[in-house]
Design a protein. Sequence first.
Length: 108
Amino acid sequence: MELLDEIPASYRVAALSNTSAVHWDTIAATGLTHRFERAFLSHQIGYLKPSPEAFACALRGLDLPASDVLFIDDSQRNVAAAATLGMHAQLARNAAEARSVLIEYGVI
């Protein structure tokens, strides 16, 4: 949560998650979900990462071209799928790796 708080307000932060309603409710109880402008959840949108449809749904919902998105995920398969669609896509298996990616891209 602290890392998300470091992202300047000038950036839009969203989640694309393969999750169930019960799992997301557990995450929401931590306060994490309030840090996202939008959340695109597989159980709501009907698609799972790494399907192109999941990413397309998020891009439509954010009204952004893929080239304007930095996608960070802990699955290389999802990262590869996002990159194929034209997103800046980076693997990060933990908060330290995610921080490095955000620094590399000049976000924080």
